[in-house]
Design a protein. Sequence first.
Lengths: 71, 366
Amino acid sequence: MLIIILLVFITLALFDLPGLIRKKYWRELAVYSGLMLVALVLSVLMLLNVQLPAVTTEIGNFIERVFFKKP
Amino acid sequence: MSYLEQGKISGSQLVILMVGFLLGSSVVIFPGQAARQDAWIAIIIGAVEGGIFALIFTTLARRFPGKTMVEILETVFSPYLGKLIAVIFVWYAFHDGSFVIRNFTDFFTTTVMIETPNIVFAVLLTIVAALAVGNGLEVITRCSLVLVPLTVLFLLVTFLAQLSQVEWTNFLPVFEIPVWQLLKISHSAAVFPFGETVFFLMVFPFLNRTKECRRKTVIGVLLGALLINIIAWGGIGVLGPTRALFTYPAYEVVKMFNLPFINTRFEIIVVINFLTMGFLKLAVLYYVTVLGLGQIFHLRSLRPLIIPIGILMIILSIINFSGITENFEFNTTSNLIYSTFFQLVIPLITLIVAMFRRLPRRERGC
């Protein structure tokens, strides 16, 4: 499964990377690699069944603590 | 004028795109359901409140013609503080996009294809939206020109066909719930979906005539409110109090059709509506995220952002909530404050600061 994820990411990277390198778009390349790395890490973590924080529920809890004074 | 988007859209195209955007997830989950038989009143009040939001942010757009929200923020606040606020604004578009994917997958896996895993629908929808975003704003708008009239036609046909099943007493008693609570529910209708038109601050600069944006936004919100009200009327009139049992009332209404001489099982019409409108809403939000991020980092091309943002949106849609009840709880409680912050507070503060700083400065020579 891990290999499939890696293969998918490599295939997707092959769509964009050659063009970026050929045109010497270094800033775009940096942003692209950063976002792709975050996406890759999160996908692998999800694959390994790591419990990621439920983002929206956490935002909701934070707002309730600040505005509705819930414990 | 931004070099990242060369497309131009006309005012009437904007109205249609906006109607499609407003219909979005509302074709299955109409807002204001907590108000029971007064949901239609809540939607009307919510649309008025959303219209007031629209007046505020279109004033901002008219003050800075040809500039997107990210550029406005960078002009009004200093480049660094402006970038920070722009990142928060883009995060909201990104987060909202992940909501659309989540609603979409939840709907499909609970009603139509029960045994298919969530991720299949998320990936398919995102691929289609990514193709639309990659082709730019004009293509998304042209998609809406085809899809929105189709959806409106379906809505009207289903509405007329269900008229025979409407129990008019289901609408009574009117104004049963206390006014304060009705206003709170109306506010939840205002932030979802009417206030979400704030994302069009990233689209207004690509209008042929930017000055038109206020009139067109108000028309779009009113048309959207009318169409959502049609869905709500059907839900209230046909289902009555049993509506509270269903997660997707609009779907159940059409499921109850029993027309003579025609086969039943019309509910696939609602699925088609959500398929097309969900795509449209996701495409707009996806586009706003990609364009916003591109302008924050001053990129020369949007293409490299499309794939990573899509993957991250799918991941966020999965880890947003641990269950469908948390989704509804967030939408009825915390979202009232969370969305108001982006839809009202940020545009209003930006407008006030711009007024005090007398921006944009005219070329007068001092």
